[in-house]
Design a protein. Structure first.
Length: 118
């Protein structure tokens, strides 16, 4: 598995979100320029997993998010932290929607390759 989430972006709309299963995992939201604005996690506290989280984003849009991508992953907490770490490594900051996370609590990740390569 690649360190970076490299799946294609999907338009954030009712039809596409309805196709998302209720699994646990992680998701990323992007704005119209393809910039990641939030890295989220659907954990055991959500009744309908990824679909529920994305439905909330539709009801209360934030940060200009208009696209999403998901990864089903039972190690969702670890994967969420890993995605935040690699974003911090690549951009030297966290996504605007994750700015409440203290980068010092994440630890450091030094992925091999360039941005977008596995």
């Amino acid at each position: 598995m690649a360190v970076r989430l490299e799946k294609s972006w999907i338009d954030l709309n009712i039809s596409n979100v309805a196709k998302v299963a209720g699994h646990l995992g992680v998701y990323e939201l992007a704005n119209k320029n393809g910039e990641i604005v939030y890295i989220g996690v659907a954990d055991a506290t959500s009744n309908f997993g990824l679909r529920e989280k994305l439905e909330r984003e539709l009801q209360h849009p934030r940060f200009g998010a208009c696209r999403f991508r998901v990864e089903i992953n039972m190690a969702y907490r670890t994967r969420h932290t890993e995605l935040l770490q690699v974003y911090l490594y690549d951009q030297n900051k966290l996504p605007v929607g994750n700015e409440d996370t203290n980068p010092k609590t994440l630890g450091r990740l030094r992925p091999g390759g360039s941005i977008g390569q596995s």
